[in-house]
Structure formats: C-alpha cells, structure tokens
Design a protein around this ligand. Structure first.
Ligand code: HEC
Length: 104
C-alpha cells in the first residue's frame, strides 16, 4: 500500500512542482553544483573580487534575510535567463544560506 501512495505523491510533485518544492527538503548538493556551474564565474567577474563566493559575503550585501536571498536568486535566474527550475532555485538558495548567509 505504501508504494502506490509514494508514486502518486511523486506524480503530483511533478505536476505541481513549484508549489510542492516549497515544502520539500532542498538539495544543497545540487544547489552547490548549480552555483559552481552557472553562477560562480559571473559573480567572480562582476564583483571585481575575482572570487565568485565573495559576492555573497561582501560587506554591502543586498541580502538581509531569507526572503531577500530567494528574490536575488530568482532575479539572477530570470534576468539572466539561466533557465533554472523552481526546485533548482530553491536548492541553490538553500545552499547559499547554509554556506554563506546562515539566516534562521
Ligand atoms: C551574468 C552574470 C550573473 C550570473 C550568471 C549570476 N549572477 Fe547573481 N549577481 C550578478 C550581479 C551583477 C550581482 C550584483 C547585483 C547588485 O549588486 O545589485 C549579483 C548578485 C547576486 C546575489 C546577491 C549577493 C549579495 O549578497 O548581495 C545573489 C544571492 C545572487 N546573485 C545569486 C545568483 C545565483 C544563485 C546565480 C546562479 C543560479 C546567479 N546569481 C547568477 C550577476 C550574475
């Protein structure tokens, strides 16, 4: 009885991915991979630090809370047409928070 329920849940997750991902546990390993593949190089260049991590830890960070962080990730994603899925956005935000921002 357990397995069909799980399958149903997975099917629903796929259908309502954006919605369900808000409740699913984010995958920080995937988030790290995305940051390295899609975000790091540009941040290294644009920030002038030559290090793509430092934009997250700079003194004049634009990110003051978790909501800010999510909107900055969303902004970079949509503005730059990086084509991340909502799940990937959530993963990368979770990774950045765990690694750098450490908001509660
Ligand atoms: C083409 C360049 C580029 C790419 C690619 C890019 N960003 Fe950015 N990002 C920027 C720039 C420029 C800023 C600084 C914006 C500002 O100061 O207003 C920034 C700022 C940010 C910030 C705020 C940092 C802070 O603490 O102030 C976050 C968070 C962020 N980006 C997340 C991401 C993520 C996640 C990705 C990859 C999925 C990504 N960005 C990809 C250019 C980029």
């Amino acid at each position: 009885m357990k397995l069909p329920l799980l399958k149903l849940f997975l099917a629903l997750s796929a259908l309502f991915g954006a919605h369900v991902s808000a409740y699913a546990t984010p995958d920080v390993v995937n988030g790290k991979k995305i940051d390295q593949q899609k975000c790091y190089t540009c941040h290294a260049k644009k920030s002038g630090f030559g290090n793509g991590d430092m934009i997250y830890t700079r003194g004049d960070s634009k990110v003051k809370d978790l909501q800010n962080l999510k909107s900055m990730v969303a902004m970079c994603n949509t503005e730059l047409r990086l084509d991340l899925f909502p799940e990937d956005e959530a993963d990368v935000a979770a990774f950045l928070n765990k690694q750098f921002y450490k908001f509660k």
